[in-house]
Write a protein that binds this ligand. Structure first.
Ligand code: AMP
Ligand code: MG
Length: 579
């Protein structure tokens, strides 16, 4: 049940509050942009309109058969909800007037306590493989989509509240989210976007004013934590598991796999529908057979290949910045190739290929940093099997998609690593040795690459000074290790001088791919600690810093610092799924 009603006086949760007393002007074109009021969003509910829905409306946890969604309304209780932070760039995508965020009813609308005019809310049905085991129905257990809007560029964007209350997919859980994980999801969505990595976005974060009980360490000591709700935004929140669930159920549900695939291609991969026989897109399967996979003859196979390639490209980008998702279950894999469902994620501090931010993953480290590329392939395999069960693709097409996943990943990964070291061509040996050295000496993944652009290609620098530019990253290394590093830098410098690229040019190029600032878990934690005391300034400052990760931001150097000792306490660098 929802409690509380919109206050009549203006709330002022945002420091640089847009004025709230100005007359509305829904189509004002200041800065040649459309600036809409919330009431004037252009809703278009294709998901509910075009796909089969649940015939029941009760929100008790249950199996939902033959349906892609259940109509459900937000039901999280609120009491004096507050706007913690919002994203200007997501508001811009939606053509929303920044003044809207200063409205006194904003926290009510974006906690779901009041309904947005024109919205049509629902929870999606999906399943998934969790840690390699089929878990059957999962679904939006606490995420409730408010509907889809078409922006002024005719782009479709879905708005979804995470933590808005129970749905038929909530199983034994409460349908709620806490402030700490909502801050992490909000900030990381926006940080990833600014790093150039495809991701679901975050429009706003509001506190509910209510407490939520969580057993953070799964040790039988639950704690009351402040509740919060993020409004997530993506072109679609469809997952691999959205297709798998219907394929696994078989029989009449197989038809739903096709309906959902047609829907997805129509709205999100329209270029595949317009492909015709004159497009020469035939490929050898490369497995020694003479058969050829002709993607123009089967749009579902062409689609699977595109999903595979987008996923490969996404994971290559994660590896480039040291991002570890932490829970790469197939229900957390977007068919659009977006980073989705931020749980116990973590960016690498010290380089450690076996790093996992997820305490639940510790025994097998299935989802550790170095395993992500292989897990992506395994997940594509499961997604492809769902399409194959529904007879949309054959086995050969699935094998072909997996092959394309592998080659796309290697191409992108090599290109990224090549750019990170500022060389014109991929040098496997040099990069391999570098990563090996970094792992041995636990070198900070972000700061090292940023400093590397200070190495000069001229050979006048005496050996004993070679490591000076890297000093801040090569801490506490003994003589033997210094020798190993000096030998590597010498080889690197030789490659640089034969590259023909000037030091200045290379530095600019390297700094455009090696971020100065990443959302380290300890930075999130500082912002969370303050927010839990009611001070949201650090969350807002962190957002601003992470919106420009490649720029040296004078005065913000502290956000590039290595984690302090307290960052290694439980619940900071490693988290459970409890959120
Ligand atoms: P995740 O590991 O966050 O991707 O969640 C896995 C499944 O658990 C999804 O179906 C979620 O909707 C569901 N879930 C996670 N937390 C909650 C919660 N507090 N209430 C209801 N469902 C949840
Ligand atoms: Mg999930």
């Amino acid at each position: 049940m929802t409690t509380g009603s919109p206050p009549t006086t203006a709330a002022s949760a945002v420091s640089d509050d847009p004025a709230t007393d100005q007359p509305s002007n829904q189509t004002s074109t200041e800065n040649s942009r459309v600036k809409l009021k919330l009431e004037d969003l252009n809703w278009d509910h294709s998901f509910v309109r075009e796909l089969p829905g649940d015939s029941l409306t009760d929100i008790t946890s249950r199996e939902v058969l033959h349906a892609c969604y259940s109509r459900v309304s937000p039901s999280a209780e609120v009491e004096n909800p507050q706007l913690v932070v919002w994203s200007e760039s997501v508001a811009d995508i939606l053509d929303l007037d920044p003044k809207e965020f200063g409205r006194s009813d904003f926290p009510y609308l974006f906690s779901g306590a009041s309904s947005l005019k024109g919205g049509l809310s629902y929870a999606q049905c999906y399943g998934g493989h969790q840690f390699g085991v089929w878990a059957d129905q999962l679904g939006d257990g606490r995420a409730i989509t408010l509907g889809e809007i078409l922006n002024s560029k005719s782009e479709r964007w879905e708005l979804q509240l995470k933590g808005a209350g129970k749905t038929p997919y909530s199983r034994f859980a409460d349908g709620l989210a806490v402030l700490r994980s909502s801050i992490r999801e909000f900030l990381c969505s926006e940080a990833m976007h600014s790093l150039g990595i495809p991701t679901t976005r975050a429009l706003s974060l509001v506190t509910t004013g209510k407490l939520v009980s969580r057993d953070m360490f799964y040790d039988g000591n639950p704690k009351d934590e402040p509740g919060a709700i993020v409004c997530r935004v993506a072109q679609s929140f469809l997952r691999f598991g959205s297709f798998q669930i219907h394929a696994k159920r078989g029989k009449e549900d197989l038809e739903i796999v096709k309906t959902l695939a047609d829907y997805t291609i129509k709205h999100h991969f329209p270029h595949l529908e317009s492909m015709n026989k004159s497009d020469t897109l035939s490929f050898s399967t490369g497995d020694g057979n003479s058969d050829v996979v002709d993607l123009t003859s089967n749009k579902y196979a062409a689609w699977l290949v595109e999903v595979a390639e987008r996923t490969a490209s996404l994971i290559a980008k994660w590896q480039g910045v040291g991002f570890t998702h932490g829970v790469l279950n197939t229900d957390n894999m977007s068919v659009l190739g977006l980073t989705i469902d931020y749980g116990p994620f973590g960016f690498l501090d010290a380089f450690d290929p076996s790093f996992t931010p997820n305490t639940t993953d510790l025994p097998g480290r299935r989802y550790c940093f170095a395993e992500q590329p292989d897990i992506g392939s395994w997940n594509i395999g499961q997604f492809g099997l769902a399409l194959s069960t529904a007879q949309l693709i054959n086995k050969q097409e699935l094998n072909y998609a997996l092959e394309r996943y592998g080659s796309k990943f290697m191409d992108e990964y090599q290109a990224i690593m090549t750019k990170k070291v500022g060389l014109p061509r991929y040098n496997k040996e040099l990069i391999g040795e570098l990563l090996n050295n970094m792992a041995v000496d636990k070198v900070d993944y972000t700061n090292f690459f940023r400093l590397l652009s200070n190495i000069k290609s001229d050979s006048d620098v005496p050996d004993k000074e070679l490591l000076v530019p890297l000093k801040a990253a090569l801490l506490d290394i003994g003589r033997e290790r210094k020798e190993a590093w000096t030998s590597w830098v010498k080889r690197y410098r030789a490659e640089l001088s034969s590259s023909g690229i000037s030091d200045e040019e290379r530095k600019v190029s390297m700094n455009s791919v090696n971020p100065r600032y990443i959302l380290r878990n300890y930075l999130c934690q500082s912002a969370i600690d303050m927010a839990e005391q009611g001070d949201y300034e650090e969350v807002r400052r962190l957002l601003k810093v992470m919106e420009r990760p490649f720029d040296d931001q004078p005065g913000m150097e502290r956000y590039a610092r290595l984690p302090p000792a307290w960052a290694y306490r439980p619940g900071v660098c490693m988290l459970s799924c409890s959120s």
